[in-house]
Write a protein that binds this ligand. Sequence first.
Ligand code: F6P
Length: 518
Amino acid sequence: MTADLTPHADRVTRSSLKALAEARASMAPLRAAGWSIDLSRQYLDADAEAALLHFGRVSGLQSAADHLFAGDIVNPSENRPALHWALRAQAELSGEAETVRQSVQPALAFARDVVSGAVTSSTGDPFNAVLHIGIGGSDFGPRLIADAFEDKASGKIDLRFCANVDPFDLDRAMHGLDPKRTLVIGVSKSFGTEETLYNLARARKWLEETVGDESQQHLALVTANADRAKAWLDGREAHVFDMPLSVGGRFSLWSAASLACMIYLGADVFEEILQGAADMDAHVRSTALEENAAMRLALLDYWNATVRNEKMRVLLAYANRLRMLPTYLQQLEMESNGKTVGPTGTPVSGATAPALWGGEGSVGQHSYHQWLHQGSQDVPCEFILAPDRDREPEGIQALTAHALAQAEVLANGRGFEDVKREEPDLSDDVARQKVHAGGRASTFLSHAKFGPKAFGALVSLYEHRTYFAGQLWHLNPFDQWGVERGKTMASRLKPAVEGSAKADDPVTSALISMITGE
Ligand code: F6P
């Protein structure tokens, strides 16, 4: 497969990106659920694109989509379907998918009761704070949603997050909170994650020291492992919500895992996010590969990472609301496809998922954009321009101009002759330092009316893109064996860190001496 694509990559890589892009500029962008997606500035020409689309067809992307939405076993490691799409489905489903779809309702109802005051703290007062405790997929999504739409919060309830086992994280999160008015929400699909259990135990103790046995009214747990939660409660009561087993942690922000956001922003806002994701699902289900935004982006990921051997992709979110999106997508994409062995134990050929990093535009222009423009590596970028266009126009125009300018300069560069012509007084030495090599590819996404629906559609797009890219790389995007070893090793090292044993590895042992001897 890749062999058929390599000659095309060799050809276009020898071409000027500026010329390739200009030849494609007149192509209509992809359109999906309100998003426009331009792929002009990618190392593609008509023949390369045709070959890539053919590769997508023979790689079975359409059947992969059919299997996903049919609720088939697409996660062979755990012998499960992947039903994150069911959480946001707007019409009744059947079987397990319908159970998953319904699983959001108790959390939405509870959120409405907390907001209305129908559910109060143990003192009878309304809650004035929510403390969300979770990590990874039980944290990044809710944190992203809360940050993106904090202006939609009522202001009556403060929302704090805690993820890290570093005790300062919880100390910082609890600072200034009144346990008598705080609802602690513990989110853990496995209910076995060390960081979360550590922080939950501290938070429960904090509650019990003030509200005593009534602490159970201040505790909500969201998990797929009700038995473990029950054992942890040790006879206590709590509000417990289901996180379906068939929804991967990094695909779970649509579920009760986002209970804190449902309370903080209001259930109606959260339901708009679900609607937007459902709109993108409809696009992905019903659109042929050529115009299917998720499939085309997955093919581009394969093209850049595996065929052109690009080791990174840089996500530039030109929208303050999306400043946490790169962090969220790092888990979604890199924990899903940061693998080299497929579900049958077969090593895959070629490079797979690139390192995804990035940040907020235009802020990054004052940081790593120097590296993007004149560094020793030309890496593909991805612009997402999605400000609230109805805000102060001068700022919106400036943000837009910066995004467009960065994409143009990254692609087109600036030659020595250009520099000398435009700045004739410059010495040659300085002029050479102002040369931009260009040739940096980019994809440009934009949305005219960003809000909760557009947000839901965007995250759904990246979920499907990640799934399809996993298919192209012959990986299972829904497991994460690679994170288990570190956890096991950490628990083995604890006695050595505490000083009651010696680490087997001589370097680790020396490090422990260095750390503890300070
Ligand atoms: O990072 C490993 C991981 O299992 C993620 O996949 C998951 O989102 C996170 O830890 C938290 O897991 P849990 O929700 O089970 O606490």
